[in-house]
Ligand binder design. Structure first.
Ligand code: ZN
Length: 574
């Protein structure tokens, strides 16, 4: 038996062990029969396979295997009796959001999954919330389904863009209406709260019940207002109340929120929910670090005009464990951070909140970053790949968006306006490198004790490679490549002939400082031409790295994670 087969068997064994525990029926009923199939199809007990999978099933099985199952849990000891009473109610609400999301994308979950006989395809469709592979450009993988309709069920399939544009209706672009075709063939805009009245009434009732248990008055007020919002599609008051919550342990993001599922017009929002438990210890630390922001800004390794702005110190940044997730935020790539609300009126009045999902990060670190490092990082430096370093780098990336420079120094207006469509890549590059810079400074000051400079540098390098694994098309990907190529040029790391990377601790500190200065200079000068040319040459994956990335693909490093979640996984009884 080769190593890979062994690893796969170990993973199957983990699945099986989980199966013996009480399972969340809604999510994992399909998995249960799949597990039996896995074990039957792969029984090596007598040294040979009992049955052979069809090529189609083998492909699907391999695709399912690209996702690692992760159990969502937290330290339940810190939860009060009342929190524990709220959790099952909020999970039920989250399940309703899940049902509604299925309806928005295709149809009722059960109806859709029951129509697929092949258990492998069914399981993969469950992961993808439909017949289209989300992490592979929405390629259809279920027989009978063509390309994913850009407007899914938000619009009639036969509606053209021209017809929509011509149609005079004040509610047609609302984030909370579905466009339907009436029997007389004309269009109508139906409010979510009318279309999904039965489900939303149940959800609102349970939100209000949960609110009755909330000891924190901010949380209670928010849950009550959110219940009302679900039934009226007016979310402003509840968003404002969400911004005011400060001392709650439980948090619950719920409702129709993001508009990515509407690829036709980007108007309509998809239902989702995320149940969170605040990591108070880390949140306290973050509040402490925020005090150093003005000082760190002054110390940035760039000349004075580029660091004269004063960063805010009131950034609302907290760490959480995610304990249940549903609907849109459970489909496709699993998020490690939430930045809300989207309503610009609320943002103007109260700013926004950034929620870092520590256990989701941990899962990606363990299951993706560590295996990548095993292959690509020099054996003498694997000891420096540490979760605390990864977590700090990611956290301070967020903080660093608030540092540096927002306005050009030469009257070209804001950096955003001056750099136009190149802005996002440079802003991400800035957050990456200033984030690392801050972590290193705070370690040197003795404020961060959980990680060393070496940990942060090596983990940062591995993180750069991780995030360009699926290409460098996004602003994040381009930012990562600019940094990677800059570091390569300055000798911050070396790549061996066999594609193993080793950080050069003598040089990486200077390379980091110089890259900070370079990015801030492009931003401060609002140098569109210079920035564009730099990005064109350096925001790309060169041949040697591409070879190493291909190597990772062959090594079957997981693509992403899927969650086992619910009361039993939390160790709570219903
Ligand atoms: Zn960012």
């Amino acid at each position: 038996m080769n190593r890979q087969t062994l690893q796969k068997r170990e993973r199957d064994f983990l699945y099986l062990r989980k199966k013996k525990q009480p399972m969340n029926r809604t999510i994992f009923s399909a998995l249960t029969c799949l597990l039996l199939l896995f074990s039957a199809g792969n029984s090596f007990a007598d040294g040979k396979k009992v049955s052979k999978l069809s090529p189609q099933d083998s492909l699907m099985k391999a695709k399912i295997g690209e996702f690692v199952m992760v159990r969502l849990t937290t330290d339940v000891a810190q939860l009060s009796e009342n929190d524990r009473r709220m959790i099952p109610l909020l999970i039920e609400v989250a399940k309703i959001m899940d049902d509604l999301y299925w309806k928005q994308v295709i149809t009722e979950r059960k109806k859709f999954l029951d129509s697929i006989r092949d258990p492998f395809i069914r399981r993969f469709a469950d992961i993808n919330y439909g017949p289209w592979e989300r992490l592979n450009n929405n390629e259809p993988f279920v027989k009978g389904f063509g390309p994913k309709p850009a407007g899914v069920n938000f619009y009639p399939k036969d509606m053209t863009k021209a017809e929509f544009d011509k149609w005079m209706n004040k509610d047609k672009t609302s984030p909370y209406t579905v466009i339907k075709r009436k029997t007389d063939k004309t269009l109508s805009a139906v409010w979510y709260h009318d279309l999904y009245k039965t489900e939303l009434t149940r959800a609102a009732t349970m939100l209000n019940q949960a609110a009755n248990y909330a000891l924190d008055s901010g949380l209670r007020k928010y849950l009550n207002l959110r219940a009302t919002a679900l039934l009226t599609d007016k979310y402003y008051d509840s968003d404002m109340a969400w911004m005011d919550m400060k001392n709650n342990t439980l948090d619950f993001v719920v409702g129709p929120i993001e508009n990515y599922e509407d690829a036709l017009f980007g108007c309509k929002t998809a239902y989702e929910a995320a149940l969170l438990v605040k990591d108070k210890e880390w949140s306290k630390k973050l509040a402490k670090y925020a005090q150093f922001l003005p000082e760190l800004q002054q110390q940035l390794p760039v000349s004075d005009p580029y660091k004269s702005e004063k960063p805010g110190t009131d950034s609302d940044l907290n760490a959480y464990d995610i304990i249940y997730v549903s609907g849109h935020s459970n489909a496709g790539s699993k998020t490690i951070a939430i930045n809300l609300p989207n309503d610009e009126k609320v943002q103007m009045a109260k700013g926004s909140r950034r929620l870092q999902l520590k256990n989701a990060m941990r899962a990606k670190f363990d299951n993706i970053l560590v295996p990548i490092s095993k292959i690509l990082i020099d054996s003498s430096q694997k000891q420096y790949i540490k979760f605390d370093a990864f977590f700090s780098n990611v956290m301070f990336h967020e903080v660093a968006h608030g540092l540096g420079i927002k306005n050009t120094i030469n009257g070209k207006g804001t950096v955003r306006d001056a750099l136009k469509e190149k802005y996002a890549a440079f802003e991400e590059a800035k957050a990456d490198i200033l984030g690392l810079y801050m972590v290193v400074k705070l370690i040197e000051k003795g404020e961060i004790k959980e990680a060393t400079r070496e940990d942060c540098y090596v983990t940062f390098m591995a993180g750069l490679i991780r995030s360009v694994r699926f290409g460098a098309a996004s602003a994040h990907g381009k930012a990562n490549m600019m940094c990677f190529n800059y570091f390569a040029e300055k000798g911050a790391f070396e790549r061996s002939a066999t594609g193993v990377y080793k950080v050069n601790f003598d040089k990486i500190g200077k390379a980091m400082n110089d890259w900070c200065a370079q990015v801030l200079t492009y931003e401060g000068n609002g140098d569109y031409q210079g920035a564009s040319a730099y990005l064109e040459t350096n925001g790309v994956i060169h041949t040697a790295l591409q070879k190493d990335l291909d190597h990772l693909k062959n090594a079957k490093i997981p693509v992403d994670i899927v969650y086992s979640q619910g009361m039993s996984f939390l160790g709570l009884r219903k």
